[in-house]
Structures are given as C-alpha cells and as structure tokens.
Write a protein that binds this ligand. Structure first.
Ligand SMILES: [Cu+2]
Length: 102
C-alpha cells in the first residue's frame, strides 16, 4: 500500500494549487464600512458616508459611488449601515460588492 502515500500527496498538492488563488482572492477583498445617504438606482449610483477605504488609501468622507451591475440595492434605504468593496474602474470609484452590515 506504499504507493498510496505519494498519490495522496499528489492529490493534496493539486488541490492546494487549484484552491490557493481563490483563498487569496477572498482575503484580498477589503471591505469598508459605510452608511447609505442617497440611492440613485436609475443611474446605478449610491451616496455613502464611508469610513477609511484601505485598498484605495482613502480617508472617511461622504461621496458618490458607481455600482457594478451585479450589486443589488433594491432593499437598501437611507440610513442603512453597509459593508462594501470598491475599486477604481475606468477612472471611477465602483462598488463591486455590497452587503448590509451585521
Ligand atoms: Cu471617499
């Protein structure tokens, strides 16, 4: 049964190499805190009073963000606390992930 060990190791290695990028992507998603000030669903925009955004080195302020198509704001209202991830896409600050703060 000694051939089992290298096989198990090989499977483990392949699994690690395949899953590592997903694990990295997960930890790289920096979430910032914000409070909804204004919603503009027609123009896919949202105004947030936000805390520090570490991945963009931006201090806290109130500003307008673009919303990526996949981000759903139907259930949001002014005053809601949210956690969100924002990236600079084509020169605009774009929210790519947003959820209600627990
Ligand atoms: Cu800002």
């Amino acid at each position: 049964m000694s051939y089992f060990k290298p096989l198990a190791r090989a499977i483990w290695m392949v699994g690690f190499v395949c899953l590592a990028p997903f694990a990295l992507a997960e930890t790289e998603l920096v979430m910032a805190e914000g409070v909804v000030r204004k919603l503009d669903p027609d123009n896919r925009k949202i105004t947030l009073k936000h805390g520090e955004i570490k991945n963009l080195e931006m201090p806290g302020m109130t500003m307008v963000f673009r919303l990526q198509d996949k981000v759903n704001i139907d259930k949001l209202k002014a005053g809601d606390k949210v956690l969100f991830h924002v990236e600079k896409i084509e020169g605009g600050y774009t929210i790519t992930d947003l959820q209600l703060a627990p």
